[in-house]
Ligand binder design. Structure first.
Ligand SMILES: [Mg+2]
Ligand SMILES: [Zn+2]
Length: 168
């Protein structure tokens, strides 16, 4: 069984857009230090799986094809990522949108993952609840203790990797 780091996408890998969705490659900006952080996690032996809510598709703001183009670009820039699972549905209409955990179980089935040796990193409460619900350790990316719901807190992915290295 594999140990895995599950990664939320927007606000963890790439810059989150305020009140908008990343609809094209030009809107996809990889955050500083992410590449090196992912490489470090691979050295530590983790599978890297992106788990992302993309409700913009359900809302009709972007198409599934738009999303796949962005993800193709992401994998080209960050080949360290092993797989991507996304939920295109509207809030409240499915059982995969985080904090629901179907995407994690789909990944476990496909990649033979041991949740108890795995981590979830995200910048939203829904990421943390999702990870906790299957028994992963969680790190919330935020800079405000009051908004922090994870087992650990980091300011960015680089800090998260330091936390994983110390607590694995
Ligand atoms: Mg996010
Ligand atoms: Zn869904």
């Amino acid at each position: 069984m594999s140990k895995t780091v599950f990664l939320d996408r927007d606000g963890v890998i790439n810059k989150k857009l305020e009140n908008d969705y990343v609809k094209s490659i030009s809107e996809f900006e990889i955050l500083e230090g992410v590449k090196i952080a992912l490489q470090k996690l691979k050295e530590l032996g983790y599978l890297l799986v992106v788990i992302t809510n993309q409700q913009g598709i359900g809302k009709g703001i972007m198409s599934e094809k738009d999303l796949l183009k962005v993800h193709e670009h992401m994998l080209k820039e960050l080949p360290e990522i092993d797989d991507i699972f996304y939920c295109p549905h509207l809030n409240g209409t499915c059982n995969c949108r985080k904090p629901e955990n179907k995407m994690l179980y789909d990944a476990k089935e496909k990649l033979d993952i041991d949740f108890n040796k795995s981590w979830m990193i995200g910048d939203s409460k829904s990421d943390i609840l999702c990870g906790k619900s299957v028994g992963c350790k969680t790190i919330m990316i935020c800079d405000n203790l009051k908004q922090h719901f994870g087992d650990f807190m980091g300011k960015n992915l680089v800090e998260c990797v330091e936390i994983i290295e110390k607590n694995r």
